[in-house]
Design a protein around this ligand. Structure first.
Ligand code: BG6
Length: 473
């Protein structure tokens, strides 16, 4: 990122500055941008929340959380605090007098405040781009189903133009996720075989060892499906499934992603599995069942694991199933995409049951790419052996530890919307999940042991389709 130009100076107004997201991810990301020399001297951060605090109070709170990052000392003095209720017109009147020139409004709040804050910003004239740009960043969850996402988009677009709206999906800021598109379209060897003639199926896995922990209130209302699938998993699917864009311009890329997400066939509830962790052991630590987590309703039907078989109705993917799964309290942290190529039409060997012929994109941890091939086992007999060609992306490019927010915040400052899902992408994602959302209003998730690979129903789902999951971890 060091070769990138310095971003234009702006006021970054963070609603919900004392929340977990702002203090744990946004502020460190801004500090890291400052440390890389990418923030212009006039950049100012204005934190908003209803707590009694002042500039110094906020800076001291952030010292502990952000302090060790080299850039923190560069922006610390430019951090300010504004007390206010998100529903109070006075707060917005103060912002009008405070803010001159470029401003970004970052809604790091609970989702019920997204619409009302944007209404107040609009009514107050804070989104009028007279003396500079005015942009709004919205965190997920963006709606809870198709109707609510459409309503939220309508509410937002009544106050601002789509070009002012940055819906954030932090997966898209991860280097390894951004790399997928270039890997596909810059290498003849992949693009030539990236279709139903050569690909048998695709698996997308986002396995976490984390439990719900202190996020019970949010999570119990949300669940694994809404928390991860319409956003992170569908964005990964879009990177794998999209057609080549005519250029790398934001709208060209967003058009292709919207097209492929719109082509996801509404998910058949009989091709889905849901689970919820019970007690168990994750990485040697005992874990209590989900229902015993703080702020979780003991009668909850919320799932902490979901697995789906998804079909993408485009010529490229005709007949190729995409198997998606994500869950918490699993055996290992493992975000990967597996492309399983078809078996060779006529095997020269009589050996069967050896799996290779696949490409694994390991997104986190241990970022890398491995191509599993068949080779001859050395020795007098003509015997096949599977081998992996591995590229460790993280070591090769000396990836530092980044959360994804650095890139995304820089993009908001510089006005690059490529990595931000557009309204049509979001709605298409919910549309595909709507049958499942309706079915899952009833019934219960199947329990799985914490520290396992998920519920038995997820294994049954993929086995019914004649395939097996790649082991987690
Ligand atoms: C968030 C979800 O969007 O992504 C969390 O709300 C999840 O539940 C997280 O843990 C996973 O992101 P990462 O970057 O830690 O893989």
């Amino acid at each position: 990122m060091n070769a990138s130009p310095v971003a234009p100076a702006a006021n970054l107004v963070i609603f919900g500055v004392l929340g977990d997201l702002a203090s744990r991810l946004l502020m460190p990301a801004m500090a890291s941008l400052a440390g890389s020399g990418l923030l212009a001297p006039g950049t100012r951060l204005l934190g908003v929340s209803h707590h009694d605090l002042d500039d110094d109070g906020l800076r001291c709170r952030l010292d502990e959380l952000v302090g060790p990052i080299p850039g923190w000392s560069r922006i610390r003095e430019h951090v300010h605090y504004q007390k206010g209720e998100f529903s109070d017109p006075q707060l917005f009147a103060t912002l009008v007098s405070e803010l001159k020139g470029n401003a970004i409004f970052y809604l790091a709040t609970a989702p019920q405040f997204f619409g009302p804050i944007i209404d107040s910003l609009g009514k107050g004239g804070l989104l009028d781009e007279i003396g500079g740009f005015r942009r709004v960043v919205i965190e997920k969850p963006f709606g809870t189903d198709l109707a609510s996402a459409q309503a939220l988009n309508r509410q937002i677009l009544a106050r601002a133009r789509e070009e002012q709206i940055y819906r954030i999906d932090h997966f898209l800021g991860k280097e390894t996720v951004r790399n997928i598109m270039l890997l596909r379209f810059a290498n003849t060897v992949f693009e030539a075989i990236w279709n139903s003639c050569y690909i048998d199926h695709v698996q997308i896995t986002v396995a976490e060892t984390l439990t719900v922990g202190s996020r019970g209130k949010f999570y119990d209302e949300t669940g694994a499906l809404r928390d991860m699938v319409p956003n992170h998993l569908f964005q990964l699917l879009a990177m794998i499934g999209m057609e080549p864009p005519i250029s790398l311009d934001a709208e060209a890329v967003r058009d292709e992603k919207a097209r492929v997400i719109s082509a996801i066939r509404p998910v058949d509830p009989d091709q889905a599995a849901r689970g919820r962790y019970g007690s168990g052991d994750v990485l040697g630590q005992p874990v209590s069942p989900y229902l015993a987590e703080i702020n979780v309703n003991p009668a909850s039907r919320t799932e902490t694991f979901v697995a789906l078989e998804v079909h993408v109705d485009t010529p490229r993917w005709s007949g190729v199933p995409f198997f998606l799964r994500t869950g918490k309290a699993l055996a290992a942290r493992d975000t990967e995409i597996l492309i399983q190529f078809r078996d060779v039409p006529h095997s020269l060997s009589r050996q069967t049951g050896i799996s290779a012929n696949r490409l694994v994109l390991q997104l986190q941890p241990d970022e890398g790419i491995s191509l599993d091939l068949m080779m001859k086992r050395p020795g007098p007999a003509l015997e096949l052996a599977p081998v992996s060609m591995n590229l460790n992306y993280a070591d090769h490019f000396k990836l530092g530890s980044r959360t994804g927010y650095e890139t995304l915040l820089y993009d908001v400052l510089t006005g690059d919307q490529t990595l931000f899902p557009r309204a049509d992408q979001i709605e298409a994602g919910w549309r595909a999940l709507q049958p499942l959302i309706e079915r899952w209003d009833h019934g219960w998730p199947q329990e799985y042991a914490a520290g396992s690979a998920g519920p038995a129903s997820a294994d049954a789902l993929i086995r019914r389709a004649g395939r097996n999951w790649h082991p987690v971890g």
